[in-house]
Design a protein around this ligand. Structure first.
Ligand code: APR
Length: 247
């Protein structure tokens, strides 16, 4: 990737009045969390239909072991990588106003980012489908599956969006509001293939914002939406870009 693109992208970032980031699974790959699509993707090994809300409600004893394997077993092991930390650094100096992430791994917050809209929820919380109470996932043992609600014994569901479920309206509105204000959007590690999340960069673009994309491969954004497309690993490219901005 030419330094030209990096330098120009860094200038656009520096000139930004309200900068945001929109991130996907690709930003956590270098933390050891596999992406959903592409080489080694989760959906090439597991059937996404099992993670549809009604299927889960009817077959919790089948789905919960899969949830543990895919999302919870690696939860404790995965740590923020330089890409997560670079965004936290950018926010700390007041040059990043917020992140909209599709990820449910909580790594942005763990890296120190404070304004993080978790568009698809989080593995860090669970909710009982009977008494509606919320629990910190760290307080729920996964020795027996499905894990019973500690209060009423009902079925616990991880607090992330299953297929067929709507986006929580508060996080949807906060995310769109941020995108409406942003004049620069960093799009990192996402193919934008899942809606409505994938529309966030278009909200920025449609009111004249600048899109800076970091991805390992071409995406639907790359040649018609992104003003700058920095091809490479997020864990390497993001800190390089932030370094070029902060000097
Ligand atoms: N650095 C940068 N980008 C990477 C890297 C990397 N090291 N590795 C993979 N990528 C890119 C891929 O090229 C792809 O564009 O990350 C993207 C991963 O795509 P997906 O796995 O589809 O992840 P995402 O776009 O976040 O998926 C959106 O789909 O299944 C649902 O709810 C789930 O939030 C998820 C949503």
């Amino acid at each position: 990737m030419s330094n030209h693109a990096l330098e120009n992208a860094a200038k656009a970032l520096r000139d930004g009045r309200c900068v945001m980031a929109f991130t996907g699974a690709g930003i956590s790959v270098e933390s050891g969390i596999p992406p959903f699509r592409g080489p080694g993707g989760v959906w090439s090994r597991y059937d996404p239909d099992k993670f549809e809300k009604n299927y889960f409600k009817c077959h919790p004893e089948e789905v919960w072991p899969l949830l543990k394997e895919i999302f919870f077993d690696m939860l404790g092991r995965a740590k923020p990588n330089p890409a997560h930390r670079a965004l936290a650094d950018l926010e700390a100096v007041g040059r990043l106003h917020g992140i909209v992430t599709q990820n449910i791994d909580g790594l942005h917050q763990e890296a120190g980012s404070r304004v993080v809209h978790e568009y698809h929820g989080s593995t860090r919380r669970m909710q009982c489908m009977k008494c509606r109470k919320f629990f910190d996932s760290r307080d729920i043992s996964l020795e027996t599956l499905p894990p019973p609600c500690p209060v009423c014994g009902g079925l616990l569901k991880p607090d992330f969006v299953f297929f067929g479920e709507g986006i929580p309206s508060d996080v949807h509105h906060a995310s769109v509001d941020l995108a409406r204000q942003a004049d620069v959007c960093l799009v990192i590690g996402t193919g934008g293939t899942v809606q409505p999340a994938g529309r966030i960069p278009y909200v920025v673009k449609n009111h004249g914002g600048v899109i800076i994309e970091i991805n390992l491969y071409d995406t639907d954004y790359s040649y018609r939406t992104s003003d700058y497309y920095l091809q490479g690993k997020a864990g390497q490219m993001t800190p390089e870009l932030v370094q070029a901005v902060l000097g």
